[in-house]
Design a protein around this ligand. Structure first.
Ligand SMILES: C[S@@+](CC[C@H](N)C(=O)[O-])C[C@H]1O[C@@H](n2cnc3c(N)ncnc32)[C@H](O)[C@@H]1O
Length: 391
């Protein structure tokens, strides 16, 4: 695997996070490389002078590490806990203190207005729209450079830059990457930022709030709806985990059906956790507490501590398709479930989660299925839940 990024700012060792020996993917893309070369070629290069650079959506820290190493004051904001951890680890790997950089969630404002903003184009157009509004209000007049792979940059991407920041041009494509250059237009009066948005959950009096970029932000996902119908009602107090919670709808419903249960919401997206927490407060107010954690699967939960894990796993992470995250969620669930505890999963039937769960738990029951989705249940046996099972 290639781990050395060589750019005009220096030569840097970069790895993805979480770190797996079998990971063959690089921790940067051609758009990072293109942008760093472009910055170094500019007169009075923003890579060298002393202002503040605000980087948004750095995948694994390539831009942050390279610019921090060239002495620039850097603030990096993103919606991914994993991206933040990758950036921290890569700063350390390259002998840079992570205190040299301000790492922020996508909902936090940078401490100081930036004079240069570098934005990696996110997959979600809604997240891009929200972030462009934040750039306009928090760093007015900054020089804004966008960077992405050509397949991620569409007419709608350019239209957002033009309608929120000002006139925007694009570079030629290089190794399937492209840059965007925006001129801040002070006179422009963009429509207000529409995020967070809300929807009414049918069959309830709940209005759910969803930050930009969230999974199924405009309404309940069809698969999620199928899982909701199978949330069990227990007669004992239970520890329940909503794993990959998004706006928290699964855990909220589990809490409503199980008034004595303790709920824990986990997601690697900061905006997901913020949305779930907000929705919990709206529905249960101060009468009931729950735990909310931005993190990787159930890594911080103790073994044998949970009765029920509810999960609608992601089928991609950092634009890499595959079931690696789902597998880590399932094996993590097996570790934290008490004997007799259950994991309920919904997924597209073509993903064959059934076979994976059977391999991990030794059992898997189909609770529901249609042409597209299956709802599955696996029960933790009485054998040692910490024994690893190879993929
Ligand atoms: C398919 S969505 C389901 C969201 C919500 N539970 C629902 O059904 O509407 C999967 C969720 O998993 C989260 N996720 C992805 N990778 C994760 C990880 N490593 N640890 C925790 N959550 C993760 C995503 O941010 C996303 O919110």
């Amino acid at each position: 695997m290639e781990t050395t990024l060589v750019v005009p700012q220096g030569s840097f060792e970069l790895r993805r996070f979480p770190r797996f020996a079998s990971d063959l993917l690089r921790a940067w893309d051609a758009a990072d490389d293109y942008l760093l070369h472009h910055l170094s070629e500019l007169q009075g290069s923003p890579g060298r002078d002393k202002g503040v650079t605000w980087i948004l959506n750095d995948g694994f820290g390539a831009l942050t590490v390279a610019l921090a190493a060239s002495g620039r004051s850097v603030q990096m904001s993103c919606d991914s806990w994993l991206a933040q951890q990758a950036t921290r680890a890569n700063l350390q790997e390259n002998g840079l203190q992570d205190s040299a950089v301000h790492l922020l969630t996508s909902l936090e404002s940078p401490a100081a207005a930036a004079d240069v903003v570098l934005i990696k184009i996110p997959k979600s157009l809604a997240l891009l729209e929200d972030q462009l509004h934040r750039i306009r209000t928090q760093s007015p007049g900054a020089l804004v450079f966008g960077a992405g792979m050509t397949k991620q940059i569409h007419t709608s991407t350019l239209q957002l830059f033009e309608s929120i920041l000002g006139s925007t041009t694009t570079s030629l494509a290089r190794r399937k990457a492209r840059l965007l250059f925006s001129e801040f237009d002070e006179a422009l009066e963009p429509d207000p930022n529409p995020y967070p948005s809300q929807y009414q959950l049918d069959g309830t009096d709940w209005t759910l709030t969803n930050h930009a970029g969230l999974f199924s932000r405009e309404g309940l996902d069809v698969g999620t709806r199928q899982l909701l119908a199978h949330i069990p009602v227990a007669d004992t107090a239970q520890q329940i985990v909503d794993l990959g919670c998004g706006n928290g709808v699964i855990g909220l419903m589990a809490a409503q059906r199980n008034p004595g249960a303790q709920l824990q919401f986990v997601d690697e997206s900061f905006t997901a956790i913020a949305s779930a927490q907000h929705n919990w407060q709206q529905i249960f107010s101060a009468s009931r507490s729950a735990k909310f954690e931005a993190g990787d699967c159930v890594a911080t939960l103790a073994a044998d501590s949970v009765d029920l894990v509810l999960c609608n796993p992601p089928f991609h992470q950092h634009s890499a398709m595959g079931d690696a995250t789902a597998w880590r969620m399932f094996s993590g669930a097996r570790r934290v479930l008490r004997p007799g505890g259950e994991l309920l999963v919904v997924g597209n039937r073509h993903l064959a989660y059934h076979a994976k769960l059977k391999r991990l738990f030794g059992n898997c029951e189909v609770l529901d299925s249609d042409r597209k989705f299956v709802v599955l249940r696996s029960r933790q046996g009485t054998y040692c839940s910490t024994t690893a099972v190879a993929r």
